[in-house]
Design a protein around this ligand. Structure first.
Ligand code: ADP
Ligand code: ADP
Length: 225
């Protein structure tokens, strides 16, 4: 089954009002397991809206969202939350790590919330930190890490519960070009290693070119670049 399938997604803000903004006008998208797709969009094109709908943080006006073959249309908030927690990982431009917890704990906590035993959660967290090359930073708090290291921890946290789908919004957008390149490489390695599908929004066309496919979001629709 497909990791993600969007069909006929439409979305407007303030519908029917003078300040209505029609953001998505029929978006179709299928991500196979293991596929890494770049989402390229000018600012304001609706990239965040699309990622939020795909990740069940927002609902479309029309169209269907399927995650792992399960149709999320009309499902209860509880069911959508469970699917989001189990099957979807998010990464943003800013790391959003909990400042009072260590890198390791930031990756352990979502697993505990999902019912994983502490020992297994810690083992998984160490394995993930090792894969992105910062095992030695496990006991540091976010403030003691560089920007690139913070993002690497955020990637590990996104994958903590072994989702089938990663949604990333400018994951290296806050980093200088050299760091961005290295951190992106670490993300790709992690994604390839775990075999999950990823939709990665970026303005960086060099990074986009390193993914399996590139899609452009413009005037509310996706097109192949
Ligand atoms: P992007 O992430 O591509 O910059 P967004 O999805 O954040 O785009 O926003 C797309 C459009 O929808 C923009 O014109 C934005 O101003 C508008 N928009 C986003 N969120 C809201 C909201 N909550 N209410 C009204 N308009 C919004
Ligand atoms: P942006 O820069 O696009 O505003 P941020 O990087 O500040 O986004 O990340 C904050 C985003 O997290 C918000 O857009 C918000 O919609 C989203 N969000 C809200 N709840 C959750 C959640 N439970 N899990 C992940 N992301 C969430």
């Amino acid at each position: 089954e497909q990791a993600l399938r969007l069909e006929g997604i439409t979305k407007a803000y303030n519908p029917g009002k003078p300040n209505e903004v029609q953001v998505l006008r029929g978006v179709d998208l299928t991500l196979a397991p293991g596929e890494v797709v770049a989402l390229v969009a000018p600012s304001g094109a609706g990239k965040s809206t699309l990622l939020h709908i795909a990740g069940l943080l927002d609902t479309p006006d029309a169209g269907t969202v399927q995650i792992g073959g399960a149709d999320m249309t009309g499902q209860s908030d509880r069911r959508r939350t469970l699917t989001r927690r189990n099957d979807v990982g998010f990464v943003y431009q800013f790391h959003h790590l909990l400042p009072e917890f260590t890198a390791l704990e930031n990756i352990v906590l979502p697993q505990l919330a999902n019912g994983t035993a502490r020992r297994a959660a810690e083992e998984r967290a160490r394995g993930l930190l090792d894969k992105v090359g910062i095992a030695v930073r496990a006991d540091h708090r976010p403030a003691a890490l560089s920007g690139g290291e913070q993002q690497r921890v955020a990637f590990c946290r996104a994958l903590a519960n072994a989702p089938r789908l990663l949604l990333a919004d400018e994951p290296t957008g806050n980093l200088d070009p050299a760091t961005s390149d290295q951190v992106f490489a670490a993300l790709m390695e992690l994604v390839r290693d775990t075999g999950l599908a990823a939709l990665i929004a970026t303005h960086n066309l060099d990074l986009a070119a390193r993914m399996d496919r590139q899609l452009r979001l413009e005037t509310g629709r996706l097109s192949t670049t």
